[in-house]
Design a protein around this ligand. Structure first.
Ligand code: IPM
Ligand code: MG
Length: 364
């Protein structure tokens, strides 16, 4: 089959990690008989440098005309005045919010699991880690506080800032459906996270999630308040399977969940629309301090490409081949510096990509 992929290399380490993910995709293409056509699209700081805005209409259009989008990372040091001494809607990160909205990517899937080989990097105590954990954060991505009306103005002589948290039942229902669909293929447990003891939007969230749950009798639903969830994540992470939550809570909790895996350089993510279209990116940022040094870990981006094969192209076998190759590379003790441990062999970004490609060939 042939697939059109819009590629947003972005800023910082983006170009190097995306290069390795493309290398792995091309190897998959060669081994399994697919062709991936890439179109480079500018977004973030690199788009500001060329066009003065973080995302152009044309760039969005190119993404829309593709079968999926592969993204590295956007943004840089806030000290970079060219990118940050401008209105908030012109900064690199605004490109990310705009493309999510523009492509209707309301469902953000962020897996967080502990690799046995990397358990030593987990900051939790051994008795809490137990047999490890494997959860998926399902974050609503195009509603809530990040997209509500906002302004700052003087009211009665006092500077006042307003951000609005709005959800309608349709927005809640569609993300809940995705969460239950995924839970059905996993351990069949959804924990819906809200702040229903205070917020109206959370009370509607809870009501709609309960309605959706009725269509999934095999999936167990429970509710958790967000403050408690933040605590439970570091107290008993194994209790979580699918965590369903709104935009800002998901933003915060997914960072916490990724931190306890001890290896944020390993975690992929997918943002999906109503259908098969998705944008795939590592969960980590652009790490400008290590950009261009060939030391960044490309695995999160490579695993994001695997998620693309699975969720957008239905290429489950090919996706599993990549995931197995990553496990193998770890068990062989091949490590980038962020996950380096005693007795292992340290490699750079390029060599990690090459090692994964070699394993793909051997395993075929
Ligand atoms: C993320 C990031 C973004 C978000 C920022 C950069 C706008 O933190 O993808 O989690 O909050 O969604
Ligand atoms: Mg975030």
């Amino acid at each position: 089959m042939e697939y059109k992929i819009a590629v947003i290399s972005g800023d910082g380490i983006g170009p190097e990690i995306v290069r390795e993910a493309k290398k792995v995709l091309d190897k998959i293409g060669e081994l399994y008989g697919h062709t991936f056509h890439y179109t480079e699209v500018l977004m973030g700081g690199c788009s500001i440098d060329v066009h003065g805005v973080p995302l152009t209409e044309e760039a969005l259009q190119t993404a829309k005309e593709s079968d999926s989008v592969l993204l590295g990372a956007v943004g840089g040091n806030v000290g970079n005045s060219r990118w940050y001494d401008v209105a908030p809607n012109l900064r690199p990160e605004a490109g990310l919010l705009a493309i999510r909205k523009g492509l209707g990517l309301f469902a953000n899937i962020r897996p967080a699991y502990l690799y046995k080989e990397l358990a030593a990097a987990c900051p939790l105590k051994e008795e809490i880690i137990g047999d490890g954990f494997d959860m998926v954060i399902m974050r609503e991505l195009t509603g809530g506080l990040y997209f509500g009306e906002r302004y700052t103005k003087e009211i009665d002589g006092v500077m006042t800032a307003v951000d609005t948290l709005t959800y309608n039942e349709k927005e809640i229902r569609r993300i809940a459906v995705k969460a239950f669909d995924i839970a059905r293929k996993r351990k069949k447990r959804v924990i819906s996270v809200d702040k229903a003891n205070v917020l109206d939007s959370s009370r509607l969230w809870r009501k709609v999630v309960e309605e959706v749950a009725k269509n999934y009798p095999e999936v167990e639903l429970s509710h958790m308040l967000v403050d408690n969830c933040a605590m439970q994540l570091v107290m008993n992470p194994a209790q979580f399977d699918v965590v369903l939550t709104e935009n800002m809570f998901g933003d915060i909790l997914s960072d916490e969940a990724s931190m306890i895996t001890g290896s944020i350089g390993m975690l992929p993510s997918a943002s999906l629309n109503e259908g098969k279209f998705g944008l795939y990116e590592p969960s980590h940022g652009s790490a400008p301090d290590i950009a261009g040094k060939d030391i960044a870990n490309p695995i999160a981006t490579i695993l994001s490409a695997a998620m693309m094969l699975r969720y957008s192209f239905d290429l489950d076998e090919e996706a599993a081949a990549i995931e197995k190759a990553v496990e193998k590379v770890l068990s062989m003790g091949i490590r980038t510096v962020d996950i380096m441990a005693e007795g292992c062999r340290q490699v750079g970004t390029t060599e990690m990509g090459t090692a994964i490609c070699e394993i793909l060939v051997q395993n075929k």
